[in-house]
Design a protein around this ligand. Structure first.
Ligand code: FAD
Length: 294
């Protein structure tokens, strides 16, 4: 219920004005969003962690904004170290305007990334964008075989999706949006079971699974499946969000696993922050306390 309210608020301009105008919000934002992306990437790399960087923005409604997003990624790519990845939201690149525009813009980002020896991953967004996301991924892969795609285990067809892309770089996550019950599991148990089915498919495939979760049980299951499928630590990676379970990120890296941290930066942080609050009611209490106590 609370999750639903927060995810609905993530799309409300009125709520955005209210939350963004509070000077106290900044402290909560900086827990999840990098103030100085260069310094954060440098610091994480020094600690033996990999990064995927997201220039915050989504649901762009005009071509100029989409071009601005592309330019932001081209500038970002110039600053990233070897081994880095960028996470791209296709609606930030113009998907709501046209699929061709998003494809062309994503191809420009992929070309710039390839020239620097870096990779690109296509984030998964709302359920009505998923067909286009996979179609764009499949087109981009012809030129850029290492472009990654995200699958959300809350979608009922997630395992079939995984089977179709099991030779690619695939990030598996639970899913952070609201989707209709006809298309998505709603109980945490069903979402977790679907996650494990997807993990089995990806670990058995020929691609590169990227296990994006903070859930300790799923992390253990991923490790066991990797052993079962004779994948060494270079054959898959864990991914976690900047600011979430940082000690676990270091613990996994310390035992030799590859761990990539998703680092968002930029001014358009509102929808991202609301999705993070929706994931964990304790975060909301922390946020509310910080607003009320000053
Ligand atoms: P949960 O069951 O939600 O959490 C497990 C435990 O992790 C919690 O008990 C808590 O201890 C901790 N935790 C989880 N979330 C938080 C938080 N926000 N703050 C503090 N503690 C927390 N979703 C998409 O829809 N599309 C994407 O492209 C996408 N990309 C992602 C990339 C990465 C690297 C990660 C890690 C997640 C991504 N997500 C994406 C979000 C994902 O779908 C989930 O909403 C999010 O990861 C929470 O699910 P969980 O697997 O961590 O499990």
């Amino acid at each position: 219920m609370l999750r639903h309210v927060l995810l609905t608020a993530s799309r409300s301009e009125r709520a955005e004005r209210l939350v963004s105008s509070s000077p106290l919000t900044r402290g909560v934002v900086s827990r999840y969003v990098a103030d100085d992306v260069g310094a954060v990437v440098h610091d994480l790399s020094d600690q033996g962690l990999l990064v995927t960087v997201d220039h915050l923005g989504e649901d762009v409604t005009d071509r100029t904004q989409a071009e601005h997003e592309v330019r932001a990624y081209l500038t970002l790519l110039e600053r990233l170290p070897v081994g880095a990845d960028v996470s791209v939201k296709l609606t930030a690149l113009g998907l709501r305007l046209s699929e061709q525009l998003a494809l062309d813009n994503a191809a420009s980002v992929c070309e710039a990334a390839a020239a620097k020896g870096l990779t690109v991953t296509l984030d998964a967004e709302e359920h009505d964008t998923i067909e286009a996301q996979h179609s764009i991924h499949s087109t981009l892969r012809k030129e850029h075989p290492d472009v990654g795609v995200v699958v959300q285990s809350y979608l009922r067809d997630a395992q079939e999706r995984c089977a179709r892309v099991d030779s690619a770089r695939v990030r598996l996550c639970k899913g952070a949006y609201v989707a209709p019950e006809a298309l998505a599991f709603t109980s945490p148990r069903d979402i977790d079971r679907s996650y494990v089915r997807c993990l089995r498919t990806l670990m058995a495939g020929t691609g590169y699974p990227m296990v994006a979760t903070h859930d300790p049980r799923l992390i253990e299951i991923a490790a066991a499946l990797a052993i079962l499928h004779e994948r060494d630590t270079t054959g898959f990676e864990y991914q976690m969000l900047y600011g979430v379970r940082p000690a676990e990120q270091l613990r996994l890296a310390g035992i030799g696993s590859q761990v990539r941290v998703y680092v968002p930066y930029g001014d358009d942080w509102y929808a991202y922050l609301m999705r993070r609050l929706a994931e964990r009611p304790a975060n909301l209490a922390f946020f509310a306390r910080s607003l009320l106590s000053k």
